[in-house]
Design a protein around this ligand. Structure first.
Ligand SMILES: [Ca+2]
Ligand SMILES: [Ca+2]
Length: 143
């Protein structure tokens, strides 16, 4: 390697190991991978949610539901699974790695994937339903 002289900019490398202080602790990246595996393994019917329709042992399903179904709609979606695994990682750190800080991970998925509900109504749906409603019940057509 050639020496480029003292005025040559120094290379600075951030330590890539900073936020992992315990062997076996998961980073946000690991958690994303685990979430993907988790969904691939447990979403047996491939509808992007873990529900009682998936062929899982009931006891396991109940634990997953009670721990991870944040909005209690009976479906554990990928985003709920991700949050749930972050929570599990922090529980693990409390137990096995108390000197480390909790991990906070932003959802790695497209927001709309996490925020929309499969059967939610759009404004257009509501508008249509309102029109139907009036058409049905406003018998004398006076609005
Ligand atoms: Ca499913
Ligand atoms: Ca849910």
């Amino acid at each position: 390697m050639d020496y480029c002289g003292p005025n040559y900019p120094m290379l600075y490398c951030p330590c890539p190991y900073d936020d992992i202080v315990c062997v076996g602790a998961w980073s946000c990246y690991d958690i994303e991978m685990v979430t993907n595996d988790f969904m691939a393994t447990y979403d047996t019917d491939g509808d992007s949610g873990i529900t009682y329709g998936d062929s899982l042992n009931d006891d396991h399903l109940e634990i997953i539901m009670s721990a991870c179904d944040a909005d209690s709609n009976g479906i554990v979606g990928k985003c709920e699974a991700f949050d749930c695994i972050v929570m599990a990682e922090n529980m693990w750190r409390d137990e096995y790695c108390p000197e480390s800080e909790h991990v906070f991970c932003e959802l790695p998925y497209d927001d709309s994937e996490c925020l929309s509900c499969p059967n939610e109504w759009t404004c257009e749906d509501i508008d249509n339903m309102t029109n139907d409603f009036w058409a049905t019940f406003d018998n004398n057509g006076d609005g």
